[in-house]
Structure formats: C-alpha cells, structure tokens
Design a protein around this ligand. Structure first.
Ligand SMILES: [Zn+2]
Length: 290
C-alpha cells in the first residue's frame, strides 16, 4: 500500500473528480469570457471563432488553452503583441476553482452518493448555476445591466433543474411537482422581496436603489436556491455590497454619489450560499436554540 499523503476527507477518486471538474471549469470560463464580451455588444457567441480583439487575427487552438495559453504568451497577442487583459485567465482560473469546489463539496458531504445520478445532477446543476452567475456578475460590473437573455434563461433552467431534481430525489415522477412548487414559491419570494427593497429605496433615498434586472436576477436565484438559501444569499450580498461600497468610498476609489452594481454581490452571496449555506443556516439555528 502506497501512502499518497492525501487528507482524510480527500480520496483519490474525489481528487480526480476535482481535477477533471477544474479543467472543465477553466474551459467553460474561456467561453464565459466570450459571452461577457460579445453578449452586451449584440454579437454572435459562436461566430466568428476566438480572435485577438486588437488585430482580429484568429487564435490557434494552442493559444486558446485556458490560463496556460495566456501564461505561455506572457499576456500578449502572438501576432500583434497587443497586451491581453489579465482578466481573461483570471476568469478561467476562477471558473475552474469554483467547478472543482462544487464537485468536492458534494463529494465530501455525500461521499457515498457523489458518483450516482443524484450526485452528478447536483454537481451539474451547481456548474450551470455558477456559469450563469459569473456571466451576469461580469456583465453587470462592465455595463450596469443584467441582460434579459441571461436572467430569463437562468430562471427557466433553474425551474427545469429543480423539477428534474425533484424526480431524482423522490425516485418517482411525483417528485416533479414538489420540486417545481418549491422553486416557484422561492422565485415569487425573490421577486416580491426585491421589489419591496426597490420601493423602500425609492421612498428613503428618492432614487432607484435597484434596477429591474436585479429583481429578475432575484427571481432566478430563488428558483435555483430555494427560499432559505435565497434569503441567506440576499443578506450576504447586502453585507458584502455595503462593506465594498463603504471601503471603496473610504479609499477614494469611488465617488460618494456613484453606486456599485448589485449583481456581482448577489452572485457572490449565491456562490457562498451554494457552497456553505446549509452549514451556515444550521449553525445559525443552533446558536439561537442552544
Ligand atoms: Zn493581436
């Protein structure tokens, strides 16, 4: 028996799963860069193939390898030498990290179930949700808009996933209604809660604190997360947004009359909720009922 020195919670199978997930995530991150760049500009996502935004030279497959391609070229276009923003490999690395984290999180909490239909559906659902969140967060950061194409397709995918997952969890078709109903209720809660916050913001500050895009995003989050994790994600988003906003004003990076887009913070809160939300809620309830 060879000791590979892995920590107790990480079996060789889980390590392999995490690595495959990270590589797949980096490739998805590479496509997310394309979506974030092209969707707000109204360009096709598939045509033309990846090219240098400066000289328009088409990229060779080996230039397009996530993270490594950028490092190999030292952040410059092979053909015209124009610098390529470090954000591209960073988004690829972050997506890879999050895909790996989702797979490992489910593998560690449900080691007996991870390599089953249930486990693979959980992981796939997490990957789809996170991909939509990253694209929305980056587009909102760049343009202060959350495109309807993404919030609407994300909402439909969330409702579809929860319906299908209801069947997988129950083991029979009757689970579909329970899964869908749960998702619809949380979607309605997201809409209602964020419209109420937007209205309150208008009454207090006399301006729109939240755009219609944020309300649609909240509906999508509800469909994916369910009501408990939706509330947690919204709370985390407000806390993170407040800290970041005050910090940026304090450091002089942001004028006092300017606002930060809220979408990136909702995405961050949702990702934290997906990865650790259930533990956080359990700990919170235990704290008050001890
Ligand atoms: Zn170039």
């Amino acid at each position: 028996m060879i000791s590979v020195g892995l920590p107790d919670w990480l079996s060789p199978e889980l390590l392999a799963l995490g690595l495959v997930a990270a590589i797949l995530g980096a490739a998805v991150g590479s496509f997310l860069n394309v979506v974030v760049y092209r969707l707000p500009a109204g360009l096709s996502l598939v045509h033309p193939p990846s090219r240098c935004p400066h000289c328009f030279h088409r990229l060779a497959p080996y230039d397009n390898v996530p993270v490594l391609g950028w490092l190999w070229l030292r952040g410059r276009c092979r053909y015209c030498g124009a610098p390529i923003a470090a954000r591209y490999p960073l988004v690829e690395a972050l997506t890879g990290l999050l895909f790996g984290a989702i797979a490992l999180r489910i593998g560690v909490t449900e080691p007996l179930q991870v390599f089953s239909l249930w486990g693979f559906s959980m992981i796939l659902g997490g990957w789809i949700f996170i991909s939509w969140l990253l694209a929305l967060a980056l587009i909102d950061w760049d343009t202060f808009t959350l495109p309807n194409q993404l919030t609407q397709s994300g909402l439909l995918l969330g409702l579809g996933f929860r319906t299908a997952f209801g069947i997988i969890e129950a083991g029979h078709g009757g689970g579909a209604a329970a899964g869908l109903l749960d998702a619809l209720l949380a979607m309605a809660l997201g809409l209602w809660l964020f419209q109420a916050i937007a209205l309150l913001g208008r009454l207090i500050w006399g301006r729109t604190a939240m755009g219609a895009g944020d309300v649609k995003l909240a509906a999508m989050l509800g469909a994916w997360l369910g009501w408990k994790l939706l509330l947690l994600a919204s709370f985390l988003a407000c806390a993170l947004g407040a800290v970041a906003g005050l910090g940026a004003i304090g450091l002089g990076w942001l004028r006092r009359d300017r606002v930060l887009p809220f979408g990136p913070f909702l995405a961050m809160g949702s990702i934290i909720a997906v990865l650790w939300g259930t533990d956080m809620i359990t700990a919170y309830i235990q704290f008050w009922t001890r």
